[in-house]
Design a protein around this ligand. Structure first.
Ligand code: SF4
Ligand code: FES
Length: 253
């Protein structure tokens, strides 16, 4: 009769240590406040937690009136861009342990768009600029019946970077030109124009280039690179703007 040899049970893992972190959030309630005000919250968090988790914890356990947008919680929908320690980021992609937790973490709404409540701004001016650049395919002809519009790998690669945009507005609302001139189209609109201007299947590039060759178009860009630094998708925003400028001057390449 054989005897089963039992594996040695794995050593129990050390419990993950929690820590207390202070968030200082810029609050604004249009029904009560004449000016935004800062409010402190202490929260118990774990190293795997993100700023979005801290905001949920505050809302669910301390102050249900705290107002912010979020949907996917995984960096896809683009709804939770905010200023975290003075830098535009997605709350759902910012791990608290990656910030300096020995100091309070400052959280406020993105700049340059009308503040509605707490961390929420009115996104309509942002989306108005986006719509203006006609961010959709405009071909002059129909594909052959039953056929797709074909495109080479190289042609598809030409605009691959700008397809990644999730319209979070982190770039546009980090742009000092946009802060002082809300009429400027802003980096996100230009990125989304770029996505179609350089698409070989599209026939309306010149229309978009004419729209952006405006006093509030690409020439307002001062190449500060704030937009590229802010983009949570790693899009080379400043380069895309430069390519659109070049296409206006020299034609599309
Ligand atoms: S380019 Fe980047 S930062 Fe700007 S809206 Fe798109 S994803 Fe957000
Ligand atoms: S909640 Fe969707 S990107 Fe952060």
């Amino acid at each position: 009769m054989s005897t089963a040899v039992l594996d040695t049970p794995p050593a129990p893992e050390a419990p993950v240590q929690s820590f207390t972190v202070t968030l200082i959030i810029r609050r604004f309630d249009p029904d009560q406040d004449t000016e935004p005000r800062w409010q402190d919250f202490d929260v118990e968090m774990f190293p795997t937690d993100r700023i979005l988790d801290a905001l949920h914890k505050i809302k669910w356990e301390q102050d249900g009136s705290l107002t912010f947008r979020r949907s996917c919680a995984h960096g896809i929908c683009g709804s939770d861009a905010m200023r975290i320690n003075g830098r535009n980021r997605l709350a759902c992609k910012t791990l608290i342990k990656d910030l300096d937790i020995s100091k309070p973490i400052y959280v406020e709404a993105i700049k340059g768009l009308p503040l509605e409540k707490d961390l929420i701004v009115d996104m309509e001016p942002f989306f108005a600029s986006y719509r203006e650049v006609q961010p959709f395919l405009i071909p002059n002809s129909k594909p052959e019946k039953g056929k797709e519009r074909v495109q080479s790998v190289a042609d598809r690669a030409r605009f691959d970077d700008t397809t990644k945009c999730i319209l979070c507005a982190a770039c546009t609302s980090s742009c000092p030109v946009f802060w002082t001139d809300g009429q400027y189209f802003g980096p996100a609109a230009i990125v989304n124009a770029h996505r179609f201007i350089f698409d070989s299947r599209d026939d309306a590039s010149q229309v978009r280039l004419d729209i952006l060759n405006d006093k509030e178009g690409v020439w307002r860009c001062r190449t500060t690179f704030n937009c590229t630094d802010a983009c949570p998708r790693g899009i080379q925003v400043t380069q895309a703007i430069a390519e659109v400028k070049q296409a206006i001057l020299m034609g599309k390449r």
